[in-house]
Design a protein around this ligand. Structure first.
Ligand SMILES: Nc1ncnc2c1ncn2[C@@H]1O[C@H](COP(=O)(O)OP(=O)(O)O)[C@@H](O)[C@H]1O
Ligand SMILES: [Mg+2]
Length: 224
């Protein structure tokens, strides 16, 4: 039986800058089933990132609600929301956002520390995740010594540090060549096969074809 792990109802977000209001999202009803692989596609500037930020509790809606695994996140204060995010969600963004002064392993270890993994398990846990993304041999390299694809795989390992049920990825292959993109996609498909719920924003229709569900966001709404 399928079960919605993410549900949004009439979700809307407007940004006010100066006298100008931008209606980034205009009422989105969305249901994402536990364990599914969903791609979100749509033109640039039409609200995809806004939707990801709201679904992941990184930002608050102007209107409507997000229910994450049974919890209406609008009822949570900021620290409860941060805890829910830390328990359930792993984020990956287009720009890898690794800490430049730290090695791959240390980047993952920091995330494990923040996730409350006991200190003595952090080093082995980080190595295990780097191995899972095929980067065990780069554990002691810094981001500047890695390719974009390798850095993004470190970012994926870091997103897994809290063993999240849901992976939210905003154009994770937007900056990669097609070989690196294929490697990242293989990892994501493996994670999906292992039971994770994967939500992926992409511009690439070939990638979207590999998803179980494709949602098109246009003008702040779901179209088709
Ligand atoms: N923090 C913000 N402040 C003001 N406007 C924003 C902000 N974030 C996004 N927007 C605007 O909201 C619209 C949707 O943006 P976004 O969700 O980033 O689209 P996409 O990810 O599909 O490219 C755009 O017009 C964008 O300029
Ligand atoms: Mg975006």
């Amino acid at each position: 039986m399928s079960e919605a792990i993410i549900r949004t109802t009439d979700l809307a977000k407007s940004y006010l800058s100066g006298d100008v209001t931008t209606h980034a999202l205009r009422g989105v009803d969305l249901e994402i089933q536990k364990g599914s692989f969903t791609c979100i596609i749509g033109p640039s500037g039409h609200g995809k990132s806004t939707l990801m930020h709201l679904v992941g509790g990184l930002d608050r809606p102007t209107q409507g609600s997000v229910v994450l695994d049974g919890t209406d996140i609008s009822r949570l204060d900021n620290s409860q929301l941060a805890k829910l995010r830390g328990d359930k969600i792993g984020f990956v963004f287009q720009f890898f956002n690794l800490l430049q002064g730290l090695t791959a392993r240390e980047n993952v270890e920091v995330a494990m520390m923040l996730a409350g993994v006991p200190e003595k398990e952090q080093a082995s846990g980080a190595l295990k995740l780097l191995d899972m993304v095929g980067l065990a041999e780069k554990a002691d390299s810094k981001p500047s010594q890695m390719s974009g694809g390798q850095q993004q795989r470190v970012a994926i390992a870091r997103a897994l540090a809290n063993d999240p049920a849901i992976l939210l990825m905003d154009e994770p292959t937007g900056n990669l060549d097609s070989a690196a993109e294929a490697e990242v996609m293989e990892i994501l498909q493996g994670l999906h096969a292992g039971g994770k719920t994967v939500v992926l924003v992409t511009h690439n229709n070939e990638i979207a074809k590999k998803a179980q569900h494709v949602i098109c966001v246009k003008d702040g709404r779901i179209s088709s």
